[in-house]
Design a protein around this ligand. Sequence first.
Ligand code: IMP
Length: 427
Amino acid sequence: MSNKVIVGTQWGDEGKGKIVDLLSQDFDVIVRYQGGANAGHTVYVGNEKYIFHLLPSGVLHKGKTCVLANGIVADPDVLIEEIEGLEKRRITIDDLAISDRAQVTLEKHLKEDAAKGGKIGTTKRGIGPTYRDKIDRQGFRFGDILSDKKVREFKIPKTKINYWRTNLAQYIKDTSLLLNKLQKQGKRILFEGAQGTHLDVDFGTYPFVTSSNTVAGGAGLAGLGPRVIDDIVGIVKSYDTRVGEGPFPTELGKYHQTKKEKQPSEKNVSSLLKKINDNQANERETGKYLRAIGGEYGATTGRPRRVGWLDLVQLKYSIRVNGITELALTKLDVLDQLERIKVCTAYKMKEDHKMNGSLVKEFPLDTENVEPLYTQLKGWKESTESMRTYKKLPIAVKHYLHFIETFTETPIKIISKGKERNQTIIR
Ligand code: IMP
């Protein structure tokens, strides 16, 4: 049985939470290896909605070991709140470990991010300043919570440290040692990536990125080495979204319009759909429709997400830099009622760029100055939500899936088309 990494192939919010929750059943250990409370994974079980910022979504399953590895940064207050929130809903966390090497987000980091994060449009969770202090060798680590000397050095108030020690001391461990032991016992490990490939500090749309390595390679830094990873699952949403600033080649409507937008009423959504299918809608209206149907409002910040058509140039790049072996396509149902569906298959450099008008097929360094070129596919205009097998899917869906698979040379093994665990087809 193999160990897997799950990564987002876009700008985060691809629906990883649901897929991790689904796949968790087959694994013994779930590891988060980077990022912090900037992530927001939403999982629905029946009528219950759970939002996780730090804890791996796997905590919803009994008997799993959940690990927050050394590469993460966490605000202990948020972590305690999340653990208590689950306990209040009668979900006991059987087995949680936080790396003694993971970095603590302190009050000063939150303040700095709130004051300076504006340009990038950060989540204001102190992520950048915490990672900066780590790299600058100024960080306070979870293991330091247990050291009186470090607590004095960092001037952590007594009430705060007591609160952290009471609630977290039991979880703070050498997680590399723990993972190695579990690995030797033959336990199966699932590495849960947060954010998405295009927010990676090396491979993303820099500087509009987060501060960690979100790509699958980051999982190799969890203290087990990279050789333990067998499969890499890329999560791709059937359209694209982005939160915050930065280039977005297939964006529908302008970012400043999205920022101001209110959620449309049901009636408005129906008239938007009619306009789109009559070929009368502009880009902003198409974006508004996808945002409303997809519920694209940030799990962490509540901000309306920027929305665009699926970008296969971007996806191909993600497959390459992560070494993705299979894809999971999410939110297919959002496209259900559309007459026509577009996918971006190449870019043209804008006229005022030095590569003026040239055709680009590989995701370039500069995506600020590209114009997307689309292939238009036929929609299926039928609800796929209750279809339980691949065979039952409309022919136009099969064609859409086949198009993506052929273009990216990667199989789509999971198709998700609804919030519930059972609204998923596994091929
Ligand atoms: P930071 O990670 O809070 O420093 O924010 C840096 C950029 O990454 C901003 O554009 C955020 O909106 C974006 N970002 C961070 N985490 C997520 C996520 O989980 N989903 C989507 N965008 C994110």
